[in-house]
Design a protein around this ligand. Structure first.
Ligand code: AQP
Length: 336
């Protein structure tokens, strides 16, 4: 396993907790890639506090993220599952990278523009968030980062920063200081849309919870959300950009069944939207029910979760330390 290329990814413990988009765009692919990569799956709690979090809720959601990774199929015997805040090197490398990140680069980030538009007091952490994300990835000499479409711009910055650090501080070194990571965006499911506004991405912090299916929603809640999903008045089940609501439901079906969205549409030919919504709800309920049950079990066994988190953080810290030492030495810091 140690000789396999390194994979890093994470989800923020925010909003209503992990939702269908996080599962389809990211976590589901982590599970598949686990056999071919040496994997680190992080609960990115330092990212969560870039917007104000209620402390008790943050703690609960952080545990729940870790439990959800395992419940979705991450094997903690093979992959590391840990809290970002348990490995201080994330924050340390983030500072070194922040000092090499340009204001113009951060100002262009669409996620900063979207999230800062919502609040009055914008913390500077929200602005420098992409440098912390680059640190998360570069700290482990990561080769591949499986994420949804919305993270592509941040990944490009992480690549640029790796190249910049290599050229600035290690141009003559035999080995690059930092591995330049590749992004893995799944062909289907990389951008699941809100059920109540299919022109907007599904989000765990959406003000309107009706648009988001959470991992911990009950069967009845999931059914209700799909029943009310916004479609259109064309009464045609087809994969078309003119019908974003219908396309979104077919995409969700496609991720679960492994059939193309067009094949999912063909299977429902001549049927109404009630059938389309009902079938989609059925598939999602069957997928999420066993995961939800397992999360409940794991949340009742904090001793087990704490053990996984501790073991993983120790292993991650040892690996992170190697990169941090090299970067600091290359930048000219006095060695301890
Ligand atoms: N709608 C989505 N469809 C597919 N993938 C998605 N991801 C997020 N939304 C969708 C992917 O999930 C992973 C974790 O996301 P994150 O926790 O870093 O936060 P985010 O990208 O900002 O997504 P959210 O759910 O909207 O979080 P909040 O509301 O807290 O900001 C990433 O790989 C992401 O691409």
């Amino acid at each position: 396993m140690a000789s396999q290329p390194i994979l890093f990814s994470g989800v923020q413990p925010t909003g209503g907790g992990i939702m269908l988009g996080n599962y389809m765009g990211a976590i589901r692919n982590w599970v598949k890639l686990q056999d071919s990569y040496n994997c680190l799956f992080c609960v990115v709690d330092l990212h969560a506090v870039t917007v104000r979090q209620e402390p008790a809720r943050l703690r609960e959601l952080s545990y729940r993220n870790a439990a959800s990774y395992i419940a979705c199929g991450i094997d903690p015997e093979r992959s590391l599952v840990f809290m970002q805040s348990h490995v201080p090197a994330h924050a340390e490398l983030a500072w070194l990278l922040t000092c090499n990140t340009w204001m113009g680069e951060l100002s262009r980030m669409t996620q900063f523009k979207d999230k800062s538009a919502k609040g009055e007091n914008i913390g500077t952490g929200l602005f420098t968030y992409p440098s912390l994300m680059a640190a998360d990835i570069l700290l482990y000499q990561t080769k591949i980062v499986p994420v949804g479409q919305d993270q592509k711009q941040h990944l490009e910055l992480a690549r640029d920063l790796a190249i910049r650090m290599n050229n600035t501080y290690a141009a003559k070194a035999k080995e690059p200081l930092l591995t330049v990571p590749d992004v893995y965006i799944p062909p289907v499911g990389a951008r699941i849309m809100s059920l109540s506004d299919p022109l907007k991405k599904m989000s765990k912090s959406d003000d309107d919870p009706a648009g988001t299916v959470f991992l911990m929603d009950t069967d009845a809640e999931i059914e209700k959300k799909f029943k009310r999903a916004v479609t259109d008045s064309m009464n045609r089940i087809a994969v078309s950009d003119e019908q974003p609501g219908v396309k979104n439901l077919l995409t969700i079906q496609s991720v679960i069944t492994g059939e193309s969205p067009e094949a999912c549409a063909a299977a429902l030919e001549g049927q109404g939207y009630a059938k389309l919504k009902g079938r989609t709800a059925e598939l999602v309920i069957e997928t999420l029910r066993p995961i939800r049950e397992k999360v409940h079990q794991l949340m009742d066994d904090k001793t087990y979760l704490d053990g996984v988190l501790k073991r993983s953080a120790e292993a991650a810290s040892a690996r992170a330390e190697k990169t941090i030492s090299r970067v600091k030495e290359a930048m000219g810091f006095v060695t301890r």
